[in-house]
Write a protein that binds this ligand. Structure first.
Ligand code: ATP
Length: 481
C-alpha cells in the first residue's frame, strides 16, 4: 500500500534548499510563484537526468536524432497546433475569497476527502462523473457537480461560485521594440511544435527513414493557475520530448512499444516498479487517438510524470494546411507519399528531478555498537544521476595527505564529478556527502602513504573497505554506467 506523506514532501523542499538543490526564484524579493532556480547540486542532478534521457534516446537508438529549436516561434504555429483555441483548463472562482481553482483539482480534492473518510465508492463515483463531464466539455454540468456536492472554497468556506470558464495557459509577449508594429507571439507551452515544423529539415538533412524519431529538451511555459506544489507544477519548466514518425496504421503497435520502452527507462534507473502505474486518458486532447500517463507515487500522491500520446497526423497535417507547405514523406518500400503519424513521449525534466528526490530522500535512525543513537538524512540517488560521484577526503590537512588526495582528484575528475573536502571531522564530512547523495567517499590516511590504499565508504550500506588507489577510477566508473 502506497500512502501520501505531506511531511516528507515538506522535508524534501527544505532539504533541497538547505543543500543547494532548489531555491525559490527571486527569493530576496519574496519569490515568484511557481518559478524556481536550481543551485550547485540541483543543476548537476538536473543535467545528469537530462543527459541520461538524451543519451538513451539518441545514442541508444540508431533511428532517433536530436534537435534544439527556439522558444519563440511564428504565432500561426499555435493556431495550427490548436493551442490558441484549445489549450485551456476549466476554472472556477469563489466569489467571496476571489480564489481561482482548476475545476478538476477542486473536485479531485473533494473525492480525496471522501477517500480519507473511507468512502472509496463515493470518491470513485465523483471522479467518474467528473471525467464524463470533462470528456463532454460540459461546463454547466461541472458547475452542477460542484453545487450538488456542496464543495466549498478552503479560504472563504463558502460555496458561492462563478460559472466554469476556460482559461488559456499560454503566455504572450510582443515581438519588436515598438508597440505599434509589434506582433503578439507566445512563449512555447511545449517543445513538440519545434520538432513538427522542422520535420522535413531533419528528415532530409539527417537522411532519416520512417520509422524515426526526433528528440528535444528545452524550456516550456504555462500560466498554471494552481501552482503550489514546489517543482511539480511550474510556470517555467523543462520538457524532454521525442516525436516518433511512423507509417499511418502502425500507431497501435508503436504506442505499445513506447509505453513499454519508457517504463523500462524508469525502472532500469533503479526506481521501484511498484511506485509506477499507467493511467489511460479519458478525455483525449484534440490531437490524440490514444494517450496514457506514467504516474509515480509521489509523497503528495499518484501523479503524472510522463505522457505517451498517439498524436495521429494531426500536427503535420495542420501545419501543412496553415503554412501551405507540404510535410510529406515518400516511403519507397511501399511506393507511397503520406503525412506520417506520430507517437510522442513527453516527460518533465523538473518532475523527474522531483521524482528522483522523492525516491532518494530518507531519514534513518539506528543504535550504534556502543548503545548510542545515531541518525542521518541520505539521498539514495541512483549513482549515475548523483551530482557528486566521488568525495575525496584527506583525514588531516597535513603530513602529505592532501597531496595524495589532490592526485586522486587529478586522476578521476575528467571522468566523473569529484569533490574535495578537508574541513571538519570525517564523520561530519560523510554525513554531508550522504545528504548530497554522493555514492562514494574515499578517505586518505597515513597508511595510504605506505601502501597506496584508501578507505572507500559506500553511501547506501555505510560499509567501508580498503582498496588500492590505482583501482579507484575503474571502481567508480563501473558503478555509474
Ligand atoms: P498536468 O495534467 O500535470 O498539467 P499535462 O498532462 O498538461 O500535465 P503534458 O502536456 O502531457 O502535461 O506535458 C508533458 C509533461 O510535461 C508532463 O508529464 C509533466 O512531466 C511535464 N509538465 C507539464 N506541465 C508542467 C508544469 N507546469 N510544471 C512542470 N512540469 C510540467
Amino acid at each position: 500500500m502506497i500512502s501520501t506523506d505531506p511531511n516528507k514532501f515538506q522535508a524534501i523542499i527544505s532539504h533541497a534548499k538547505e543543500y543547494g538543490f532548489v531555491f525559490q526564484s527571486s527569493e530576496i524579493y519574496d519569490g515568484l510563484s511557481a518559478v524556481y532556480d536550481y543551485g550547485p547540486w540541483g543543476s548537476e542532478l538536473k543535467r545528469n537526468i537530462r543527459d541520461h534521457w538524451w543519451n538513451s534516446m539518441t545514442r541508444m537508438h540508431d533511428n532517433i536524432v536530436g534537435i534544439d529549436t527556439a522558444i519563440f516561434m511564428h504565432p500561426t504555429i499555435w493556431k495550427a497546433s490548436g493551442h490558441i483555441d484549445n489549450f485551456s483548463d476549466p476554472m472556477i472562482d469563489n466569489k467571496d475569497s476571489q480564489k481561482r481553482y482548476r475545476v478538476d483539482h477542486l473536485i479531485e480534492g473533494y473525492a480525496e476527502s471522501l477517500n480519507a473518510k473511507g468512502d472509496t465508492e463515493g470518491a470513485e463515483k465523483v471522479i467518474a462523473e467528473m471525467d464524463r463531464l470533462l470528456a463532454a466539455s460540459d461546463m454547466a454540468g461541472l458547475k452542477g457537480l460542484i453545487e450538488v456536492f456542496g464543495i466549498k472554497c478552503s479560504v472563504s468556506g463558502t460555496a458561492s461560485w462563478t460559472d466554469v470558464r476556460q482559461f488559456n495557459l499560454m503566455f504572450s509577449t510582443q515581438l519588436g521594440s515598438v508597440a505599434e508594429d509589434a506582433n503578439e507571439i507566445y512563449l512555447r507551452p511545449e517543445t513538440a511544435q519545434g520538432i513538427f515544423v522542422n520535420f522535413l529539415n531533419v528528415q532530409k538533412s539527417a537522411r532519416m527513414k520512417i520509422p524515426f524519431g526526433i528528440a528535444q529538451v528545452g524550456k516550456a511555459f504555462r500560466n498554471e493557475i494552481v501552482a503550489r506544489q514546489f517543482i511539480f507544477r511550474m510556470r517555467e519548466f523543462e520538457q524532454m520530448e521525442m516525436q516518433f514518425f511512423i507509417r499511418p496504421g502502425t500507431q497501435k503497435e508503436w504506442y505499445e512499444y513506447w509505453k513499454e520502452e519508457r517504463m523500462k527507462w524508469h525502472t532500469t534507473l533503479g526506481f521501484p516498479a511498484e511506485h509506477y502505474r499507467f493511467h489511460d486518458h479519458v478525455k483525449l486532447a484534440h490531437y490524440a487517438d490514444a494517450a496514457v500517463d506514467i504516474e509515480y507515487a509521489f509523497p503528495i500522491g499518484w501523479k503524472e510524470v510522463e505522457g505517451i500520446h498517439s498524436r495521429t497526423d494531426f500536427d503535420l497535417s495542420s501545419h501543412q494546411q496553415f503554412s501551405g507547405k507540404k510535410l510529406q514523406y515518400f516511403d519507397n518500400e511501399i511506393n507511397k507519399n503520406y503525412v506520417p503519424y506520430v507517437i510522442e513521449t513527453s516527460i518533465g525534466l523538473d518532475r523527474m528531478f522531483l521524482l528522483t528526490l522523492s525516491h532518494a530522500y530518507a531519514e534513518e535512525h539506528w543504535t550504534k555498537e556502543d548503545g548510542k543513537e545515531d541518525s542521518r538524512v541520505v539521498l539514495r540517488i541512483p549513482p549515475r544521476l548523483s551530482p557528486i560521484k566521488l568525495a575525496v577526503l584527506p583525514l588531516v590537512k597535513k603530513d602529505g595527505l592532501p597531496e595524495i588526495a589532490r592526485e586522486i582528484m587529478k586522476e578521476c575528475r575528467e571522468d566523473f564529478y569529484c569533490f574535495y573536502e578537508e574541513k571538519d571531522t570525517i564523520g561530519k564530512r560523510y554525513r554531508r556527502m550522504d545528504a548530497l547523495g554522493t555514492p562514494f567517499c574515499v578517505t586518505i590516511d597515513h597508511q595510504s602513504k605506505e601502501d597506496q590504499t584508501v578507505t572507500i565508504r559506500y553511501r547506501d550500506s555505510m560499509q567501508q573497505e580498503r582498496v588500492p588507489i590505482a583501482t579507484l577510477r575503474e571502481l567508480v566508473r563501473a558503478q555509474i554506467k
